[in-house]
Design a protein around this ligand. Sequence first.
Ligand code: MTE
Length: 338
Amino acid sequence: MNRFKPDLTDADVTPRHIYMNRRRFMRATGTVVGGSLIAACRMPEETAEPESVEQAAPPAQDAAPASNPEPAPANPAVVKDYASLTDELGDPLNSFHDISNYNNYYEFTVDKQRVAGLAKDYPTSPWTVEVGGLVDKPGTYTLADWDRFPQEERIYRLRCVEAWSMVIPWTGFPLRMLLDEIQPQSNAKYVAFQTVFDPERMPGQRGGYNWPYTEGLRLDEAENDLAMLVTGLYGDPLPMQNGAPIRLIVPWKYGFKSIKSIVKIDLVEEQPTSLWMSAAPNEYGFYSNVNPNVNHPRWSQARERRIGENGRRETLFLNGYEDQVGYLYEGMDLKANY
Ligand code: MTE
């Protein structure tokens, strides 16, 4: 059984001068990101002794995203100077190229740099999401339905359990808006998510794990404003490798909680078991909150490598979003509830 493997390579870095150029741009334009939240990080300095690589997580291919200078705006009608934007901590965005060419999407491959090529022709339209379970208003949502929700762009940090991170401008809407619409019943305690199951077109699903990919949140976590359903990246529709046509983003949790290409959302009473919980229950718990004080059994979570940077930076508790989500875990033992 493959499992995640810590990211230990510094090979994939965007040259420093590129970020310096971006910062100059930012100062020049003074662009502001609406609804942006947080950011932070660097990378793992030490690692737990990886057990044998075979049995360690997905053979993490950490070669590095070939860095690309500046992302060209795909839609010239909407000229937004992304190079001038930062997260709320002042860190620049990762390039569109890096975000869309260094992916974890095991349904296609465990090789981060091959996901984009394998996923590019996957049909994402038509696409329906069945929303139901313990709700008063279940429904089948089509692509057009997502447009009914006010879309906003937010810059979030994504911190992978493998100890690398990026700063990413997503477009979408708070999951809470969907929950308000479907009206959870009083016995609904959790939200369960499921990715499309299509082993014919997704070679990774032909073995290895308990497919389809599933994830879950406690209902109050799902109702937090930071939890987003995302349909866009860098102002354009979400590429398949990033989870098109619609995915979850929960920026205070390790990246694997942010399930891609969702086809089913259910409100349930019992805590759902995710794919990763069933694959390695001693390594991946239900909560999986970013926490520098709770190490992965096989490596440290104290630091991380920001893609595009040399060296590593400190990992922030709850990925730097403690002010927004800390209340959810008051009184909880976060070591026991990993
Ligand atoms: N969702 C599905 N369905 N399959 C996956 O393999 N990988 C997770 C998460 N969501 C994954 C997934 C992991 S480990 C991470 S770090 C993020 O997606 C990566 O998202 P990105 O490729 O958009 O950066």
